[in-house]
Design a protein around this ligand. Structure first.
Ligand code: NAD
Length: 353
């Protein structure tokens, strides 16, 4: 099969880590008989420099005519002084909205080989950790009405419709069915009206999934339980703002930002895939970036958009093999392991496909 992918390397370490993931995809194509056609486009700071806009129309057009979008990271000190709506990060909100990417999937997986990097006591994560945060991405307070009532008072509105809650809940229940049939829905229903609608709607969707055990957690309790007893969680369903915070917390438990992939899905199988980390300007251009989060994002793309589970597993297994042989970038380095550059790790993973 031939798959067209819009590639958005972005800024900082974005182009470095994306380059390694494309090597891996080429090898997957060669090995399993697929062709991946890459259409490189601009986003973020590099797009502002070249065109004056963080999200050029050519990028949106390319993404709309592709099977999937593959992104590195955006932003950096060069563009930090720009006003809020001109900043590179704004392009991320823009592309999610343009492409209707309403579901963000963020796995927080702790690789056994990296358990020393976990900041929690070893007994809390004994036997590993595998949590999937399903976050609503195009609604809620980040997209709600906002403004100033007067110069001393500002407001942002949290608002959700039944339709928005139903479609994200269905994705979360589907994921739970493919995993351990356990779902934790997060809200603040003791205080917020929008959360009460969230809870009621999720309960209604749950009727279609009798095999899934549903729990409802208040967001403050969920934040606490994630560090107290993270192993109780499997799939966590959240609104946009709660998911933003909780998925970062879940990520930290796994120990390294450089290991965490993500997917943002629209209806159908279309999706945008990117590592969770940012553009890491402090290490850009030094060969120190860990490309594994981006490579694992490519594995998610193979599975969720292209339906290529065998190929996706081949990539995940290659990452695990490289880790188990002791190869590391600086962010996950420990005593007795072999320190590698970004491209050395990319080559090692490629050769293990
Ligand atoms: P960051 O994730 O870029 O970096 C945080 C720390 O983690 C840094 O010390 C960095 O060196 C390290 N790190 C991150 N990714 C790594 C990797 N793959 N390998 C090794 N080390 C890695 O977050 P930040 O420093 O807060 O933000 C830097 C820029 O990135 C900002 O402009 C921010 O707005 C932007 N950002 C973009 C995205 C995105 O594109 N999705 C996400 C977060 C931040």
């Amino acid at each position: 099969m031939n798959y067209k992918i819009t590639v958005l390397p972005g800024d900082g370490i974005g182009p470095e880590v994306v380059g390694e993931a494309l090597k891996v995809l080429d090898k997957v194509g060669e090995k399993f008989g697929h062709t991946f056609e890459f259409d490189h486009q601009l986003i973020g700071g590099s797009a502002i420099d070249a065109t004056g806009e963080g999200l050029p129309q050519a990028t949106i057009d390319s993404a709309r005519s592709s099977d999937a979008v593959f992104l590195g990271a955006v932003g950096g000190p060069k563009w930090d002084a720009l006003p809020g709506d001109k900043r590179p990060e704004k392009a991320l909100l823009g592309i999610r909205k343009e492409l209707g990417l309403f579901a963000n999937l963020r796995p927080a997986i702790m690789f056994d080989e990296l358990k020393d990097a976990c900041p929690l006591k070893p007994e809390k994560v004994e036997g590993g950790l595998d949590i999937l945060v399903v976050r609503e991405l195009t609604g809620g307070i980040y997209f709600g009405e906002r403004g100033y009532r007067d110069e001393n008072t500002a407001y942002d509105v949290e608002e959700y419709s039944v339709y928005e809650i139903e479609r994200i809940a269905e994705i979360a229940f589907d994921m739970a069915m493919k995993r351990n049939r356990k779902l934790t829905s997060v809200d603040k229903a003791n205080v917020l009206e929008s959360s009460r609608l969230w809870r009621k709607t999720v309960a209604k969707v749950a009727e279609k999934y009798p095999e899934v055990t549903l729990e409802n957690f208040y967001v403050d309790n969920c934040a606490m339980q994630l560090v107290y007893n993270p192993k109780q969680f499997d799939v966590i369903l959240t609104s946009n703002i709660f998911g933003d915070i909780l998925s970062d917390e879940a990520s930290m438990i796994t120990g390294s930002l450089g290991m965490l992939p993500s997917a943002s899905l629209a209806t159908g199988n279309f999706g945008l895939y990117e590592p969770v980390h940012g553009s890491a300007p402090d290490i850009a251009g030094t060969g120190k970036a860990n490309p594994m989060a981006t490579i694992l994002s490519a594995a998610m793309m193979l599975k969720y958009t292209f339906g290529l589970s065998r190929e996706s597993e081949a990539v995940e297994n290659a990452v695990k093999k490289v880790l188990s042989k002791g190869y590391r970038t600086g962010d996950i380095m420990s005593e007795g392991k072999t320190l590698c550059t970004t491209s050395e790790i990319g080559d090692l993973i490629t050769s293990n496909i």
